[in-house]
Ligand binder design. Sequence first.
Ligand SMILES: *Cc1c(COP(=O)(O)O)cnc(C)c1O
Length: 459
Amino acid sequence: MDMSKYPAEPFRIKVVEVPNILNREEREEAIKRAGYNTFLLDSQDCYIDLLTDSGTTAMSDKQWAGLMVGDEAYAGSKNWKRLEATVKEYYGFKHLVPTHQGRGAENLLSRIMIKEGDYVPGNMYFTTTRYHQEAQGATFVDVIIDEAHDSTIDIPFKGNIDLKKLEDLVNKVGADKIPYICLAVTVNLAGGQPVSMENIKAVRAFADKHNIKVFSDATRCVENSYFIKKREKGYENMEIKDILKEMMSYFDGCTMSGKKDCLVNIGGFLAMNDENMYTQARELVVVFEGMPSYGGLAGRDMEAMAIGITESVDYNYIEHRIEQVAYLGDRLREAGVPIVEPVGGHAVFLDARRFLDHLTQDEFPAQSLAAHLYVEAGVRSMERGIISAGRDKITGDHHRPKLELVRLTIPRRVYTYRHLDIVADGVINLYKKRDSIRGLKFVYEPPMLRFFNARFELI
Ligand SMILES: *Cc1c(COP(=O)(O)O)cnc(C)c1O
């Protein structure tokens, strides 16, 4: 590999964490105890933990220092004021309601906006987002472009919304049944694929025409901004923070999981411009999260999130972040391993259908591949396929998503390129002996969000 393509770490390491490094036999025992579900492994037993990029960020020395100036007053905390001002400055929204994490904000948004029988179109679903929409009686409708469902098509903005699909939905159910469009930047379940500014603008124009609101799932909006800078004409010379602010200007508000692009271990928020909606959100947040000035967070956590927001738009940070993920993708591609193309912002996704083409989807190829990768290299990954998709609430049958993936999610500022070499070597070794990998069957299937606690055994 020509390493000059990949930016070196733009930070120095001040604190280290030492995990257990188990041998293969110990890892075989550990995965059996965990019911072949990587969610049920002990974190200390995972040498390289790529389960998620959520809340796994290494905070900066400034953020840690920020924890010391936490103002833990029940109301009117100065950290809340700082966070509110920071969100206004970088995201542009007038009002902020902090929440304990992203799903807290999704709960509030869904409760405020959705009536029984509504439809909420989105560019592919996210588990908790769809859960909260459905819990309020809405039907989620996937309006992402078809290409997003094909792991082999390499186009720059694979997270875009298909305007034709939106139009069809409006014609079918009527605009008054669509309280808002949920537009995620980037699209997690499509592989961290970005949405172009052009598409966001087009969706805004469409929504205005039909008097529909547009909210962003802004969880990875800084990563999306980097892709716009790199791939979209007219943005190459713009600063990340200006791209982010322009992007957010097309939305009525957003839900945010601070655990991703705000560079913190816990936190989130709901932001919006509308006064009336803000009033409702302030009432609801008291019931579900905490007072509107802390929303289930400690003052110090809000301080760390405000600092994280300012650090997240630094070009050196986001360039290294995205290109490090690209490095892992490049190594796997060179070895012929089937991955989702193009590589997105936060993760490399193995295409388990093509990787384990001797298994049917009902033998849970992605779940099995994740379990085997742990045994092979001590690397923890996550299934994103039939298990995560759950069951249809009417028919009771599995949802069968086209994409059957294993996600190798890279935490922010945590691992070096050498760590990623261990991941790549482990995946490549498994690929060489893929024919020997068996499928799985359920031993225990929880009724809700089953991927968290399900247990399996080898077929
Ligand atoms: C993580 C995530 C959420 C939910 O946020 P939490 O902080 O985990 O509650 C919502 N949408 C997307 C795209 C996510 O990745």
